[in-house]
Design a protein around this ligand. Structure first.
Ligand SMILES: Nc1ncnc2c1ncn2[C@@H]1O[C@H](COP(=O)(O)OP(=O)(O)OP(=O)(O)O)[C@@H](O)[C@H]1O
Length: 614
């Protein structure tokens, strides 16, 4: 019975192994077609270098060939990956396809490969061996999925910039994924060679690469079972055709193309996305004497009053536009600094420079001892900077809890290799990360929505999820870019209280907000930017009474009152150039207005309660 289906079953396994080499990079959002090249160099190298089965026995010969093939595939991936890992999307696909084609042409013209005639290889692989190899590969990706490394790759796929801001070294992770793809493609090349008896460079051409990619995409790149489902489908179609007596050769490529279209249009996660993805919630939060925190990496925080941010003459110019100029600012540990100013004043550019996303054009900035501008974003994050974004940058296809787990990257311990060996310490560390993430979610009031996809949350909840994700790294400096956008007054008041409680815990917070009432209520200090320059800095009381700020927000006395009204959501141009309209964004009407309706048109009284920086 099995013998009858041995060939299709072997090809399902081989196709799935090859598809896993695409899955290995698709999971990190990379589109590569170089796997056909890796497979061919691996197949020809192993077939030439491995000892004969007659000398050492069939199984040892195959094992040596597998080791050679995987090493050659991985090495080829390093050589190709180092210069190409900065490429994205279709550019990476074209570069890697160029590599695969170059390999094919070279192998075609070498004598020892047998050229177009091909190279004879003994058939050693059996259906059992093929499925064993597939099981090992699938196991690798299964155990990778819920590890810190696997989550980091998914985060890179979902939003590379946000992943960098969570402290993930994107370049290193992408290269690691590419090398894994090379090794798995090498494995496929060897298994294929030791099954089909004769290999030729043409077996690893463009169409083979596309078939591997289609199998992985149709199967799905968001779940480890995807390549197996894709390969099963691809291999079984001709078998079913044969069984029902329809042997037209065009049916399989036609169906594969059709399915690819359907998947891309209606099922972006592939066939595997039909299988519900479980989010594992910790059964209890805060179990153990220390709440599990001893299994998280400890971080050093600045002592109270220590300088956290030091900016000197900081400026940023975009082709003649001075987004920020000559900003001098010192922020001490435990301060809550509000950054306000009209649209286009340079607030986001300033915090982007502080978090290392944008290099300054002039001046210098030191944040938590790190010279930002010359330091990669993930290192700035590792120094203790965490942030949210003006426009939410969540990992949309991940659950709320998984988003926060990625945020905990810097405090979580690597678990992948220990997960492969089922070591109990890996489970303990993971549990600690899960509980920590669940606590962060509860802190922002999203405990009940842990299993929901980030993209399915309401706008206000998405803003809170971003805050939970930012908190998960146990930062020393938290930067919030318009955190109350999309929140109603009750939610904004809750957020204000959360920010104050975080500061009481010693966290330094810098936040941009158009809701001036909330800023005055929440901050220990307010900095006002206009046209890229600091026009005022002081306590909320000083800012509320500052004539330059009142002028910037309410317009000059001789202007028409309509020219500037906080409540109307317009900010007067202090140069007399008229009002800057608030951006026509997705904020709710409540959030667009800057103060409570009850105090429309006036700055609300500042909170004079002294706050502890400890
Ligand atoms: N990448 C960029 N390229 C060119 N100009 C830019 C870029 N980023 C910002 N700017 C310009 O720099 C100025 C400051 O923009 P920025 O977004 O920092 O202001 P903002 O105070 O955060 O505004 P908003 O409140 O609307 O978010 C604007 O004139 C903007 O057009």
């Amino acid at each position: 019975m099995l013998a009858e289906y041995a060939t299709p079953l072997t090809f399902i396994a081989l196709g799935a192994v090859f598809a896993y080499s695409f899955y290995a990079v698709l999971i990190a959002g990379q589109l590569s077609l170089g796997q056909a090249g890796f497979a061919s160099v691996a197949a020809f190298s192993a077939a030439t270098l491995a000892p004969s089965g007659d000398d050492v026995g069939d199984v040892p010969a195959l094992l040596v060939a597998v080791v050679i093939g995987m090493a050659v595939g991985a090495l080829a991936a390093v050589v190709l990956g180092l210069p190409t890992m900065h490429l994205r999307g279709v550019y990476l696909a074209i570069a890697t396809l160029g590599f695969a084609e170059a390999v094919r042409v070279v192998l075609l013209n070498l004598e020892w490969t047998g050229g177009a005639q091909g190279l004879g290889v003994p058939r050693i692989l059996t259906v059992g061996m093929a499925w064993t190899a597939l099981a090992v590969v699938a196991y690798w990706f299964w155990r990778m999925g819920r590890s810190r490394y696997g989550r980091a790759l998914e985060a890179i796929r979902e939003d590379e910039l946000a992943a960098r801001s969570m402290g993930i070294d994107v370049g290193r992770h992408r290269l690691a994924a590419f090398v894994t793809a090379g090794a798995v493609a090498g494995l496929y090349g060897v298994l294929f060679a030791y099954y089909v008896r004769l290999i030729a460079p043409g077996d690893f051409d463009f169409s083979a690469a596309v078939e591997g990619l289609v199998t992985a995409v149709v199967g799905g790149s968001t779940m480890f079972l995807g390549p197996l489902l894709g390969s099963g489908f691809q291999t079984m179609v001709p078998e079913i055709q044969r069984a029902v007596g329809v042997e037209a050769g065009w049916i399989r490529p036609f169906l594969a193309g059709l399915l690819l279209l359907v998947v891309i249009l209606f099922l972006p996660g592939g066939l595997a996305s039909l299988i519900p993805r479980r989010t594992r919630m910790p059964s209890s939060v805060g179990g153990g004497e220390d709440g599990g925190t001893s299994h998280l990496a400890a971080r050093r925080h600045p002592t109270p009053g220590e300088t956290v941010v030091s900016l000197s003459g900081l400026g940023k110019e975009y082709g003649g536009v001075h987004a920020v100029r000559g900003v001098d600012l010192e922020i001490g540990s435990g301060e809550v600094v509000g950054l306000i100013g009209p649209n286009g004043a340079g607030k986001t550019t300033l915090v982007n420079m502080i978090s290392g996303l944008v290099p300054p054009s002039s001046g210098s900035a030191t944040v938590l001892g790190v010279p930002v501008g010359r330091t990669p974003v993930h290192r700035v994050a590792a120094a203790g900077v965490s942030r949210t974004f003006q426009h939410s940058k969540l990992f949309n296809r991940l659950s709320a809890l998984e988003n926060v787990l990625v945020g905990a990257h810097l405090v979580s311990r690597p678990t992948f290799l220990r997960r492969l060996l089922w070591l109990p310490s890996a489970r303990r560390d993971e549990r600690a990360s899960l509980e920590h993430a669940a606590r962060c979610l509860q802190r922002v009031g999203l405990g009940d929505l842990a299993g929901n996809r980030a993209s399915s949350l309401s706008y206000g909840d998405q803003r809170r999820l971003e805050i939970a994700r930012a908190l998960a790294s146990d930062p020393s400096l938290l930067i919030l870019d318009e955190p109350a956008a999309g929140m109603n007054h009750v939610e904004a008041a809750g957020l204000s209280e959360l920010i104050r409680s975080l500061a009481r815990g010693g966290l330094t917070i810098l936040f941009i907000e158009h809701n001036v009432g909330m800023v005055l209520e929440t901050c220990t200090r307010v900095v006002v930017l206009d046209f890229g320059e600091v026009i005022a800095s002081g306590t909320p009381e000083e800012i509320a009474a500052n004539p330059a700020v009142i002028e910037a927000y309410l317009g000059t006395a001789d202007e028409e009152p309509a020219a500037g009204s906080i409540a109307e959501g317009t900010l007067a141009d202090p140069t007399g150039g008229g009002a800057h309209a608030m951006p026509p964004d997705t904020r709710t009407p409540d959030a667009v207005t800057n103060v409570d309706p009850g105090s429309a048109g006036t700055l609300p009284p500042p909170d004079t309660t002294p706050r502890s920086a400890t």
